[in-house]
Ligand binder design. Structure first.
Ligand code: ATP
Ligand code: MG
Length: 353
């Protein structure tokens, strides 16, 4: 009863910078209310130093606004961020994904801008570049779009991941890329409502219970916007950076910026901006038509004070590659669209060192 009273009040508080409340996000470990005194204990992770203070102030303010509450005691346990332990190449006890050198997410504000298409093509392009430069490279691709996983189709990954022992599963390999996705675990008929509450849990399991092994890079495909998946990811894994995908429209800038801001809040560096569907090339006279206008990519990069990584044309072969599960950089690496993607892949490798 007394706990419920406090919980209901805490539900009015959103996780700073997000539209989801701290209760439904599972941050509250303990709450009590006795003789006008509220006690709240919560656990957070994240690397922003001011964050626990902001949250504590917000909780105190909200609870004290209620007439029944006379005093508030907030205890915040900061789980030490695992951030950047990856950079040293691993082996650190307690670190998430210790054998993964770099973790980079692909994000956007708006849906359907080509994140997943970029994620699979970049994974294949980076794998090829690294393999050419050293003899081996291992790239992973984690699909954190729990509601609408599209990575398996786009990269032609199929089959059930193999179980190893009681708790671990193996990613499925396609074109040398290790892939894990909800799409490999449940069939397409499984209702979305069933998957809904599982976003956080799924992402944690993708980090802890998938046998990724040693990876040079783990790319992460996200659903659009700033929902549970983005927050869960930032809470679960030490991200080395995020790449923002946008389209050329003027209006795209604001949406892309909103999508990127949450990563800034949790101190994840924005590595750069890709503009997708930039132009249609008439291959007979080399003329470009800018169907969606111009400027979205460079303007977004400027607004976010990050690099503009380049533009990708609209081309039927990119879409067909996705439909057939053979990324264009694999089926036709010399195509001008593949060259555009490859040069962005090189840029990302350079940025990550
Ligand atoms: N440059 C391009 N040229 C032609 N088609 C493209 C291009 N980029 C993406 N597409 C097509 O657009 C559609 C949407 O792309 P994709 O699924 O990658 O977007 P998304 O941002 O991941 O979408 P969501 O927000 O739903 O996750 C797909 O059919 C894809 O094949
Ligand atoms: Mg997608």
């Amino acid at each position: 009863m007394s706990e419920q009273f406090i919980t209901d009040l805490l539900k009015q508080i959103n996780y700073p910078g997000f539209s989801r409340d701290i209760v439904s996000f599972g941050l509250i470990q303990e709450s009590r209310f006795e003789n006008g005194q509220a006690f709240v204990k919560l656990e957070v992770s994240g690397s922003e130093p001011t964050f626990p203070k902001t949250l504590k102030d917000e909780i105190e303010k909200t609870l004290l606004e209620n007439d029944k509450v006379e005093g508030v005691n907030v205890q915040i346990i900061v789980k030490k961020p695992t951030a950047n332990t990856n950079a040293q190449g691993g082996g650190k006890e307690g670190a998430v994904l210790p054998e993964v050198k770099k973790i980079v997410a692909i994000a956007s504000g708006k849906g359907g801008v080509g994140k997943s298409t970029m994620a699979v093509n970049l994974a294949c392009a980076i794998e090829r570049i690294l393999t050419e430069n050293s003899s081996s490279a291992k790239i992973g691709l984690m699909d954190c779009d729990v509601y609408g996983p599209s990575v398996p189709l786009l990269i032609g990954a199929s089959g059930q991941p193999k179980a190893i022992g009681e708790n671990q599963i193996e990613p499925v390999e396609s074109y040398g890329i290790k892939v894990m996705s909800m799409g490999l675990l449940v069939d397409e008929e499984t209702p979305v409502v069933w998957r809904g509450p599982m976003v956080m849990k799924t992402i944690q399991q993708f980090a802890s219970n998938v046998e990724w092994g040693e990876l040079d890079l783990l790319l992460i495909d996200l659903p659009p916007g700033t929902g549970d998946a983005q927050l869960s990811l930032a809470q679960t894994m030490p991200l080395d950076g995020v790449v923002i995908v946008t389209t050329p429209q003027k209006a795209a800038v604001d949406v892309a910026r909103r999508g990127a801001r949450m990563f800034e809040k949790v101190n994840v560096p924005i590595l750069g901006v890709i503009e997708n569907m930039s132009f249609l090339l008439n291959e007979e006279n080399n003329e470009k038509s800018y169907l969606f206008g111009t400027g979205g990519g460079p303007n977004t990069a400027q607004a976010l004070a990050t690099s503009f990584l380049g533009e990708i044309p609209i081309h039927e072969e990119i879409r067909l590659g996705g439909d057939h599960g053979i990324p264009i950089v694999v089926s036709n690496p010399d195509h001008f669209a593949s060259e555009a993607i490859t040069s962005i892949a090189e840029e990302i490798i350079t940025i990550l060192g």
